[in-house]
Design a protein around this ligand. Sequence first.
Ligand SMILES: O=C(O)C(=O)C[C@]1(C(=O)O)C=C[C@@H](O)C=C1
Length: 357
Amino acid sequence: MSDDKLTPLRARIDAIDAQLLDLLNQRAKVAQEVGHVKAETNAPIFRPERELQVLRNVAERNPGPLIDSDLQTIFREIMSACRALERRMTVAYLGPEGTFSEAAVYSHFGHAVNGLPCASIDEVFRATEAGVADFGVVPVENSTEGAVNRTLDLLLQTTLTISGEVSLPVHHCLMTASGSMDGIRRICAHPQALAQCQGWLNQHYPALARDPVSSNGEAARIAAQDHAVAAIAGEMAGEKHGLRVVNSQVQDDPHNRTRFGVIGRLRTAPSGHDRTALVLSVANKAGAVYNLLAPLARNGVSMTRFESRPARMGTWEYYFYVDVEGHADETRMATALTELKENAAFFKVLGSYPCSL
Ligand SMILES: O=C(O)C(=O)C[C@]1(C(=O)O)C=C[C@@H](O)C=C1
């Protein structure tokens, strides 16, 4: 195409961009006004239920040709930038940079936040509890490997609540400094990632040692320095350390996903499409769990997840991590929770939050 034909089209794009620029700044000024109103009442800056509603509206009103998920990414960033004018928040996550946890932070909050990489899940909780971070993002479960036990144990004790969730596809790559496997003697990754790729590794590299390390980002860092090491990590972590991809999509399940929880002091208001996370325990007797959960069915509350963890008191007692559909402020849910509490030896609401998109 000659530039003669491009020039008028680009002039139209320039004119539309000028309108977009003006509209975006108009929007930002209104968000600043919202910020002033919130400051007067000490109301929370971040309102996940409102942001979810904006994103759902975008999808509902979208005439195309842009696809819903791309537009939602753009609007997520617009809200993130507007929110940062009210105040730029700090979000702790399981580091180092380049991990899926970091991707989860930006997918939930947009990029106008300060990410705070932490060395462990414990540290994410500590930083958030201490107020060093406004929120923390921690892995909760993986579709191949199941629950992240450390997160479940810490949720039991924390004073923080779950204010949101993020579900991300997790695609692993095998990467080395050279882009080939020549001279490689071991493969490093987080134990969860090694487990998610074990079938593929058994088939393709059965003789290579597998070395569990603290994170996939750490594995990428090691592989960049030690050329006898290959890393399994997300492509982002590899890029950050200058690694080259030997094989992509090496996870056994092509639909592998991880669900992350957003923890903080915020009690998220209902968005109309919410989930409530609970922890319960009950005396170790026949039929006890059945009776414990009966109030859910009685009040028409659906359970979407049921996970048990040993109470670690040597008595074969368990904590049950239960996710149910709905918000704790809804009447039928409030009734179900009151009845659940009556039967439970231990009862804690971890939080109500909007289901991820
Ligand atoms: O509606 C609000 O409470 C706002 O502060 C505005 C806004 C937005 O940009 O749309 C920004 C931050 C909140 O998390 C939700 C929405």
